[in-house]
Ligand binder design. Structure first.
Ligand SMILES: [Zn+2]
Length: 169
């Protein structure tokens, strides 16, 4: 419809809005409880964690190291858990070992279609904490503690924790 056609003709005085054919989902009449679609775009900042997500988009796994006491964190932290000093970024090796694992038969909406899936804690020698990620391509019954794994990265980064996953090394 052109802009001209869309104009209400003033001289008619009885112009009507177009009727809608769309129905609605009604759960209750008194009081009226109905389904209403709601959607927003959310502007989110990763703040000090940004280098970690930028790293994933470049095929790098970044942890952090405390310059004061030498503690290292596979899941990066802005400040040291042990002494509170500000940490520095460090690159983790892409190959590590499974410290422990669990197979999930239920998940949040994001992962429901992928159940069952296996979550692993990855360990590296000399790194003081573990990294939580997903193990792909291994039957849950074949997963083992100590299994060598290597990081893979999604080709099209979404700047999300799921940009990285692990496969057998
Ligand atoms: Zn420290």
């Amino acid at each position: 419809m052109t802009r001209e056609e869309n104009k209400l003709p003033r001289e008619m005085g009885t112009a009507k809005l177009e009727e809608v054919e769309k129905g609605c989902v009604l759960y209750n009449l008194d009081p009226i409880i109905m389904k209403y679609h709601y959607e927003i775009d959310y502007i989110h900042s990763y703040g000090q964690d940004s280098p970690f997500f930028a790293g994933l988009s470049k095929g790098q796994l970044l942890g952090s190291r405390c310059p004061a006491c030498g503690s290292t964190f596979a899941t990066p932290r802005g400040h040291c858990m042990n002494c509170g000093a500000r940490t520095e970024w460090m690159e983790l090796p892409l190959e590590g070992k499974i410290h422990t694992y669990t197979t999930c038969y239920f998940g949040s909406e994001e992962f429901l279609n992928e159940t069952p899936f296996t979550l692993i804690l990855v360990e590296w020698p000399g790194v003081d904490t573990f990294f939580l990620s997903r193990l792909i391509g291994v039957d849950p019954k074949d997963v083992a503690i100590g299994m060598p794994v290597k990081a893979k990265f999604r080709r099209l980064s979404q700047f999300k924790p799921t940009d990285v996953y692990f496969v057998p090394a």
